[in-house]
Ligand binder design. Structure first.
Ligand SMILES: *[C@@H]1O[C@H](CO)[C@@H](O)[C@H](O)[C@H]1NC(C)=O
Ligand SMILES: *[C@@H]1O[C@H](CO)[C@@H](O)[C@H](O)[C@H]1NC(C)=O
Ligand SMILES: *[C@@H]1O[C@H](CO)[C@@H](O)[C@H](O)[C@H]1NC(C)=O
Ligand SMILES: *[C@@H]1O[C@H](CO)[C@@H](O)[C@H](O)[C@H]1NC(C)=O
Ligand SMILES: *[C@@H]1O[C@H](CO)[C@@H](O)[C@H](O)[C@H]1NC(C)=O
Ligand SMILES: *[C@@H]1O[C@H](CO)[C@@H](O)[C@H](O)[C@H]1NC(C)=O
Ligand SMILES: *[C@@H]1O[C@H](CO)[C@@H](O)[C@H](O)[C@H]1NC(C)=O
Ligand SMILES: *[C@@H]1O[C@H](CO)[C@@H](O)[C@H](O)[C@H]1NC(C)=O
Ligand SMILES: *[C@@H]1O[C@H](CO)[C@@H](O)[C@H](O)[C@H]1NC(C)=O
Ligand SMILES: *[C@@H]1O[C@H](CO)[C@@H](O)[C@H](O)[C@H]1NC(C)=O
Ligand SMILES: *[C@@H]1O[C@H](CO)[C@@H](O)[C@H](O)[C@H]1NC(C)=O
Ligand SMILES: *[C@@H]1O[C@H](CO)[C@@H](O)[C@H](O)[C@H]1NC(C)=O
Length: 725
């Protein structure tokens, strides 16, 4: 009896500690030891990868990093979870021996090559597949066996071919194949069951079909993204059945037709971005009934009609972009004031009329307003200073008046970094009110553009107080006097455009000391942070370029089309960090200074239409980045240098210089006798109007809704100038 008690006690003890022992071992061994096939398969897989993993054939593979084995004593690997491990090489076919795998995550590595042909057919238990952010190529293997798939993420690889619709099995809820090279159709068949699908991202591929009506069967869909493809056709009505849809993102495709009233059925919609398509017709008049709308991005389409008054009811609206459409109507009749969350508003490049809408002044969240290229009239009102967060204001190419008044008011907007007022205020005097340069006026301003206003007077001296100014555009005015040397006192200035004015005098020596263009230290110290909004720049005839940060804007001095004279100072060689120097269409004389060859970052040098004489310095051959060069229509002599970038220039760079000789000139040989008959020269000068405007054009660009920053091609281009779009 006693013994029995003892035994019972001992048994209890053993049971107790035994339980603990087993429990403690559990996390180590799992419920099972890894079987040989699994272990070998994993080791073959690992052979490809740099072995910064703790995998070794001497330990149980269920203990390895990233491996989880399933229950039971079979030792089957069920999870292979190795994101961001720097793994590379092809995915070894031996992976297909892990037949019990349910979770596969090899994302954010550098796997190459194509997927094993029987990957999906062998691993038919897979529920989660994440192979995103690798370098995988080729077509997807057959996929009709993975009937339990819930999550598929193959984004950011180089897969191509079509997306087999068999891969979208009924259980799939998250499907992301964005940023590959898939072509063909959206993999939704009319007959299939997609009722589990909540997230579908097909953006950044080469899909080139229409949107299938079957999309309407994805009744749980919350996010549908298929932007940056080549989709065509119209929005199928079935899409308006998707009552749960929060995000509809189809930008940068070739979609056409109207935006139907059916859109009002999508009452959960928060993001509607269908910019850069060819949608036409009016914006649905009741669009404001979408009360959850936050981002409405319809820019660069062919929309007509007015801004629907109902939109004032979408009080959650934060970003509204309708730029580059054909919208009309009196903007001042729209009541913006309920839109208290509005941060960015772009209505540029439309046909809106009326005064600058006063109701905007009560939208306290606004950081950026762009109303460029409309037909707005009137003046800026003092109430605008209530917009304390306002950083970006562009109202260029309208019919506003009272520039001096506008600036006196706007200097009260302390957070203003970009002010673009070009092409307004016809024939007013240049705002030259000394008080504008108050210590507290415009002290955040980085970009200031007042081009194309036919301003008279001199370059205003108050600009010298704008210590943060980086970009100054006063082109296409009637400004007289000289180029002010004090511009070099602005510590951050790196882009000056004074072209197309009536300036006289010489190239000021002081300008050759502009800090950002001469010193690496000053250049490095320029505030390189992003602007609130990107910048469109149109220098000359070049294609429009968009700059998301000012540091990507090439440092430049444009002084073309003035009446500047004297010689080009040799000190110009100090402007080492300049990329563009345009002195064309002036009266500069003397020789081209050899020191220009010190400007080793120069991409464009235009000295055409001056009175320059002497030879072209051979040292200019050393300018390795020079891609645009002209000395046409001067009085230069001697041999045109050859070699370096000079081998890429054409005859037009040198024409109109009777004294030049060499292969790119009419006088091919330099050894002709001086008495030889004069060459018949091309004397037709290009008309002045052909030297196209240099202007800054600023616009709004939204990257909302896409994790990856993208760069967008406007199909219609906003241009500041005399032309409309
Ligand atoms: C799968 O395992 C078997 C048995 O170990 C082996 O013979 C075969 O080569 C493996 N398959 C692959 C593709 O590695
Ligand atoms: C798909 O990619 C593979 C590998 O890069 C390439 O050989 C093949 O030509 C591509 N196919 C198509 C249709 O682009
Ligand atoms: C569709 O699939 C879901 C989930 O797989 C299932 O519950 C449902 O019954 C299916 N519906 C039809 C009509 O097949
Ligand atoms: C889509 O592109 C593929 C490959 O370029 C082409 O064969 C096919 O005809 C295109 N489909 C449509 C609908 O344009
Ligand atoms: C929108 O919803 C209404 C009512 O639910 C329905 O009658 C109508 O057919 C729907 N319209 C579209 C285009 O789906
Ligand atoms: C825009 O709409 C007009 C008039 O409806 C049409 O003539 C034009 O072709 C459309 N443009 C584009 C690019 O779709
Ligand atoms: C805004 O919504 C209210 C309530 O639904 C409605 O009465 C009003 O007409 C709407 N306003 C506009 C401008 O559509
Ligand atoms: C845009 O609107 C203007 C004026 O309302 C009209 O003359 C023009 O034809 C329209 N263009 C397009 C493409 O619809
Ligand atoms: C601007 O106003 C002038 C004079 O009031 C007028 O001639 C011109 O057509 C207007 N321009 C625009 C684009 O509205
Ligand atoms: C003004 O700009 C500064 C710096 O960007 C920022 O910290 C501040 O919040 C802004 N002020 C307002 C009222 O938005
Ligand atoms: C110009 O604007 C200022 C500031 O708002 C105002 O005081 C002045 O009266 C305006 N001038 C004209 C001619 O409207
Ligand atoms: C500018 O572009 C237009 C249209 O492309 C062309 O006709 C013109 O010759 C170009 N002008 C210059 C100065 O290159």
């Amino acid at each position: 009896m006693k013994e029995n008690k003892e035994t019972a006690k001992r048994t209890q003890f053993l049971l107790f500690w035994g339980q603990w022992f087993v429990l403690m071992l559990l996390p180590c061994f799992g419920t099972s030891a890894c079987d040989k096939v699994n272990s070998d398969s994993l080791l073959s897989l690992a052979l490809q990868a740099p072995l910064n993993l703790n995998w070794s054939s001497s330990t149980d593979c269920c203990l390895w990093e990233g491996i989880t084995c399933g229950p039971g004593d079979q030792g089957h690997v069920v999870r292979l979870w190795l994101p961001r491990r720097g793994l590379t090489g092809v995915i070894n076919p031996s992976i297909t021996n892990l037949t019990h795998l349910t979770h596969l995550n090899l994302s954010h590595n550098s796997f190459l090559g194509s997927l094993p042909e029987d990957l999906f057919s062998s691993l038919s238990s897979l529920q989660v597949i994440d192979l995103s952010f690798n370098r995988l190529i080729g077509r997807l293997p057959p996929s009709n066996k993975i009937s339990q798939l819930q999550v598929l993420n193959l984004s950011s690889n180089f897969f191509n071919g079509t997306i087999p619709s068999s891969i979208l099995v009924p259980s799939v809820s998250i499907f992301n194949v964005s940023n590959n090279s898939f072509s063909g159709s959206i993999p939704i068949d009319n007959g299939s069951n997609h009722t589990s699908l909540t997230f579908l991202d097909l953006s950044y591929n080469k899909l080139n079909d229409t949107i299938p009506p079957g999309i309407g069967l994805c009744s749980k869909l919350q996010v549908f993204r298929a932007g940056f493809n080549s989709l065509s056709g119209s929005l199928p009505d079935e899409i308006f059945n998707l009552a749960d849809l929060r995000q509809l993102s189809l930008p940068v495709n070739s979609l056409t037709g109207p935006i139907n009233d059916g859109i009002m059925n999508l009452t959960n919609l928060q993001i509607l971005e269908i910019f850069s398509n060819q949608f036409s017709g009016p914006i649905p008049s009741q669009i404001g009934s979408l009360s959850r709308l936050e981002n409405l991005l319809l820019h660069v389409n062919n929309l007509t009609g007015p801004l629907p008054l109902s939109l004032a009811n979408s009080t959650k609206l934060s970003a509204l972009n309708l730029r580059v459409n054909n919208l009309t109507g009196d903007l001042s009749s729209f009541n913006f004031s309920p839109l208290q969350r509005l941060t960015t508003l772009d209505l540029g490049n439309n046909y809106f009329t009326g005064e600058f809408p006063k109701s905007l002044y009560s939208c306290k969240s606004l950081t950026a307003i762009r109303l460029t290229e409309n037909q707005l009239t009137g003046q800026i009102s003092p109430e605008i200073v209530a917009l304390e967060s306002l950083a970006f204001l562009s109202i260029s190419t309208n019919n506003m008046t009272n520039a001096t008044g506008a600036l006196r008011i706007l200097k009260g907007c302390k957070n203003l970094t970009s002010l673009i007022l070009s092409n307004n205020f016809p024939f007013e005097p240049v705002p030259d009110d000394k008080s504008l340069g108050d210590l507290d006026g415009f002290q955040s301003l980085r970009v200031f553009s007042l081009g194309g206003c036919q301003f008279t007077g001199q370059v205003p001296t108050w600009l010298a107080k704008l210590k943060n100014l980086q970009v100054l555009d006063l082109s296409f005015n009637l400004i007289t006097g000289s180029v002010p040397g004090w511009l070099a006192s602005l510590p951050n200035l790196f882009y000056i455009d004074l072209s197309n004015n009536l300036l006289q005098g010489g190239f000021p020596n002081d300008l050759c000391g502009m800090p950002v263009l001469t010193s690496k230290e000053a250049s490095d110290n320029v505030d390189r942070s992003y602007l609130e909004l990107p910048v469109f720049v149109k220098p000359n005839n070049a294609t429009d370029q968009q700059y998301n940060q000012l540091s990507n804007l090439p440092p430049a001095i444009y002084l073309s089309n003035n009446s500047l004279n004297g010689s080009i100072p040799i000190e110009i060689g100090r402007l080492k960090f300049i990329h563009v120097l345009d002195l064309s269409h002036n009266k500069f004389s003397g020789s081209i200074p050899d020191q220009i060859s010190n400007l080793t970052n120069l991409e464009k040098l235009d000295l055409s239409y001056n009175n320059l004489s002497g030879e072209i310095p051979v040292s200019l051959k050393g300018l390795h980045f020079l891609s645009s060069f002209s000395v046409a229509y001067n009085d230069l002599q001697g041999l045109v240098p050859s070699g370096g970038q000079f081998d890429t220039f054409t005859i037009s760079s040198f024409e109109g210089n009777p004294g030049l000789c060499g292969p790119l000139t009419p006088k091919r040989s330099c050894h002709q006798s001086p008495q030889s008959p004069p060459q018949v020269l091309e004397v037709t000068r290009r008309s002045k109007t052909q030297t196209i405007l240099i202007a800054l054009v600023f616009g709004i660009f939204f990257g909302i809704g896409f994790g990856i920053g993208f760069s967008m091609d406007d199909k219609k281009i906003p241009i500041i100038g005399w032309r409309r779009k």
